[in-house]
Design a protein around this ligand. Structure first.
Ligand code: ASP
Ligand code: CP
Length: 327
């Protein structure tokens, strides 16, 4: 029996005409420059509210299902914090092995189950395309919190918000952004390169030969007329970079562990190499970090990676409010 008619049980007070009401967030390709301005404007307001009152009731009575098939510290806990700061509550499923997934339940069935209890679903899953599959099965909004090596759109949104806040929104056109590390398996850089192609940036990719940025992503970015260049040495591009975006080599994605051993320590950003970088620039990292940024750099004002996590809370508060018709 088709059950696609709008739910009669939707709570009152939502603006169903709001542009993002009821929408899924699956890919950064859904966002225009105007959308980013809107999201970041709401994120700013969220920041002001958190600083002034801490927690408030914008999403009172709303429930988020936080469904994680892969490990997470930041994405999972910042979505939880975002929902709770907005007065809502959370069904946490961080260990799918304790859920009926371990009995063989499919992703669509798990999604159909959770939407009976929740108003919005945040999903992290090891397979590329899983978020789109979940969104197809769901009548409630699904937010992609990382689908394998595919995308991590909310990370790219918070990354771009970080760049706006740290270096100035007006500075983004004309910027040089250098992405370093595992560009093949790193879903954060796949989303970020695509999202930054809305601006007149120059993108440098520095990686070991076997971890280059996928052709599919480079082709999409090239179509937007964005200059891109590949390098094997950070020294060649660090002095011109306004943003250095460092990534972890994604050990869990390698088919052959021997290949991981060969490339795991390819790059280390430390105070010594950072002497050659601009004074006014930032170093970002989606985290977790392993060895690719030396801890002795953490106290440098250009180290933006801990501040970046906090910006993520405000962006995720904005996204939840938007898809639930409250922004
Ligand atoms: N936390 C990010 C992700 O889930 C980056 C990483 O794990 O290295 O994609
Ligand atoms: N940046 C990020 O996605 O971190 P987690 O894997 O800890 O969620």
């Amino acid at each position: 029996m088709p059950t696609q008619s709008p739910s009669p049980h939707l709570p009152f007070g939502e603006n169903k005409n709001a542009a993002w009401y009821g929408k899924d967030i699956i890919s950064v390709k859904q966002f225009s420059r105007a959308d980013l301005e809107y999201v970041f404007g709401v994120a700013h307001e969220m920041r002001g509210m958190v600083e002034r009152v801490g927690t408030f009731d914008l999403l009172k009575g709303k429930i988020l299902a936080n469904l994680f098939y892969e490990p997470s510290t930041r994405t999972s806990s910042s979505f939880t914090a975002a929902m709770e700061r907005l007065g809502g509550s959370v069904i946490p499923i961080n260990e799918v092995k304790y859920s009926s997934v371990s009995k063989g339940e499919s992703l669509p069935d798990t999604i159909r189950t959770l939407e009976c209890y929740a108003d919005v679903i945040v999903l992290r899953h090891p397979e590329t395309g899983s978020a789109a599959i979940a969104a197809k099965a769901a009548r409630k909004p699904v937010i992609n919190a990382g689908d394998g090596v595919g995308e991590h759109p909310t990370q790219a949104l918070l990354d771009t918000f970080t760049i706006f806040e740290e270096l100035g929104a007006g500075q983004v056109d004309g910027m040089t952004v250098t992405m370093l590390g595992d560009l093949k398996y790193g879903r954060t850089v796949h989303s970020l390169a695509r999202l930054l192609s809305l601006f007149k940036v120059r993108l440098n990719y520095v990686s070991p030969d076997i971890l280059k940025m996928p052709k599919e992503v480079m082709d999409e970015v090239a179509e937007k007329g964005i200059p891109q260049a590949e390098f094997s040495k950070l020294e060649d591009v660090l002095p011109e970079s306004d943003v250095l975006y460092v990534t972890r080599v994604q050990k869990e994605r390698f088919e052959d562990p021997a290949d991981y051993e060969k490339v795991k320590n390819s790059f280390v950003v430390d105070t010594e190499i950072m002497k050659t970088a601009k004074k006014e620039m930032i170093v970002m990292h989606p985290l977790p970090r392993v060895t690719e940024i030396s801890m002795d750099f953490d106290d440098d004002p250009r180290a933006a990676y801990f501040r970046q996590m906090e910006y993520g809370l405000y962006v995720r508060m904005a996204l939840l409010a938007m898809v639930l018709g409250k922004a």
